[in-house]
Design a protein around this ligand. Structure first.
Ligand SMILES: [Zn+2]
Ligand SMILES: [Zn+2]
Length: 136
């Protein structure tokens, strides 16, 4: 256990970023911890949260606020919309054109008094496999 907030070597942080870049599952901190605990026996869930926070601050990853459930994380890449499955909690990347979102952002800024710098559009419903299950 470390106290005083001294940052551990960034090895763990590098691995967290690597993991997030390699998955499109939008994992939770607990999932990341599970993946890395064998590799870093002294890793704690608290370390993972701290490193995730730093990566968010650095702009390398994004936090998807979980509301009543756990926050999820993803590496920053091409802007995209999400579908959040209300049955299995999957978050799916959508290949929708972002022009509609950009247009809305522009319109908002044009008319003032706000200055939005980014927007996120999330759809809620059922993911592909949950739809398939329902049809069985
Ligand atoms: Zn689902
Ligand atoms: Zn995504």
């Amino acid at each position: 256990m470390t106290t005083g907030g001294k940052l551990r070597s960034s090895k763990q942080r590098d691995r967290i970023l690597e993991l997030l870049r390699a998955t499109d599952e939008h994992p939770t901190a607990a999932w990341i911890y599970d993946q890395l605990k064998a590799e870093f026996p002294r890793l704690s869930l608290g370390n993972v949260y701290r490193n995730l926070h730093i990566l968010v601050e650095q702009g390398a990853i994004e936090k998807i606020e979980g509301g009543s459930t756990f926050d999820r994380y993803e590496a920053v890449g091409t802007p995209h919309c999400h579908l959040v499955c209300e049955s299995c909690d999957a978050i799916v990347d959508l290949e929708l054109p972002m022009s509609a979102v950009e247009e809305l952002t522009e319109r908002l800024n044009e008319n003032g008094p706000y200055r939005a710098t980014r927007a996120r559009l999330e759809f809620y419903g059922l993911c592909e496999s949950c739809v398939a299950e329902e049809q069985d």
